[in-house]
Design a protein around this ligand. Structure first.
Ligand SMILES: [Zn+2]
Length: 308
């Protein structure tokens, strides 16, 4: 009995000593390990996931100005966070490849980094080839930045035409599964695109501590007259007005169209909505409806085409 007590005392002393001698963790490290998120996974965990799924979400991101209140990494961070939320509800790997996207029309704002469409497609195709080698086969391309839309369509086609992989654009895939928002709508529609109320709301939910609402400033916009005249029809959802408006709007300064972000906006925000109307609740509603629709699509794809 005495010996047992002594052993216990020794064990307690040793544990206390170890605790006091422990090196404190990096004070900047606050990330929690996230399931199915490739950068956090070990090789055995990737092997194990491969026994359950052959699907990968690849967010196609951007590092670009987002007004005075949102971080440069908004699109990268929000895209990755959405993908992680999907991967907690159904088995799919989340594999971010690049932080940077195509953003030449934001280049007058410091911090923006822009790559050519060719480079972005090439890098992602090579990444897909790596993942194919390990047994992943189906790729869900999650576009996190409007300016990457054509790149995503082209990347999906290149994967499908040139590799053993099978790819879809996630936005297109989830569209039939989306449910309408149940939140009360504002009375009138206002022009709200880049870094506006909608993107600020998403960020307030997905990356709250990086949003500087104290710095949020509603922009004054200077669109070319003929574009400004189209805005009411664009807001009404007229598809032709929308098509020709976006064909010309937000283009690099050197195109001479006078529609780069700095040429059209005092702050870099392309929208005139009151940023104070942004809310985490609206962001949560949008993110949850996206995640639910993505999970439904993935489950349906799994049943339509089981993993080999
Ligand atoms: Zn953005």
């Amino acid at each position: 009995m005495k010996k047992a007590r002594l052993t216990l005392l020794l064990a307690v002393c040793l544990a206390a000593f170890r605790l006091s001698a422990q090196t404190p963790a990096n004070p900047l490290w606050h990330e929690q390990k996230v399931k199915n998120y490739l950068p956090h996974m070990t090789v055995p965990e990737v092997r194990e996931l491969l026994t359950r799924t052959d699907m990968v979400i690849i967010p196609i991101a951007a590092l670009e100005q987002h007004g005075l209140h949102l971080p440069i990494g908004t699109d990268y961070l929000n895209g990755v966070e959405r993908a992680k939320l999907v991967a907690q509800k159904t088995d799919v790997l989340v594999a971010p490849v690049l932080l940077v996207g195509q953003s030449p029309y934001h280049m007058e704002f410091p911090g923006t980094i822009s790559l050519s469409a060719e480079t972005i497609v090439k890098v992602h195709l090579e990444a897909v080839q790596s993942l194919l080698q390990h047994g992943f086969k189906r790729f869900l391309i999650l576009n996190a930045h409007g300016g990457n839309k054509a790149i995503c369509t082209y990347l999906v086609d290149r994967i499908n035409q040139e590799t053993a992989g099978i790819a879809v654009e996630l936005a297109e895939a989830v569209a039939p599964f989306r449910t309408p928002s149940t939140l009360p709508k504002g009375k009138e529609k206002v022009f709200d695109r880049h870094a506006g109320v909608s993107e600020t709301s998403s960020s307030l939910y997905l990356i709250p501590n990086l949003v500087r609402m104290d710095q949020a400033e509603t922009a004054r916009l200077f669109m070319p007259k003929h574009m400004e005249a189209m805005v009411p029809e664009v807001l009404d959802g007229d598809p032709t007005a929308n098509l020709v408006f976006l064909a010309e709007g937000l283009k690099a300064k050197q195109t001479g169209k006078k529609t780069s972000a700095a040429e059209m906006s005092t702050t870099g925000v392309w929208g005139i909505g009151d940023l104070k109307a942004a809310s985490a609740e609206r962001g949560r509603d949008e993110a949850e409806r996206f995640v639910d629709a993505a999970v439904k699509f993935i489950e349906k794809w799994k049943s339509l085409r089981p993993k080999n």
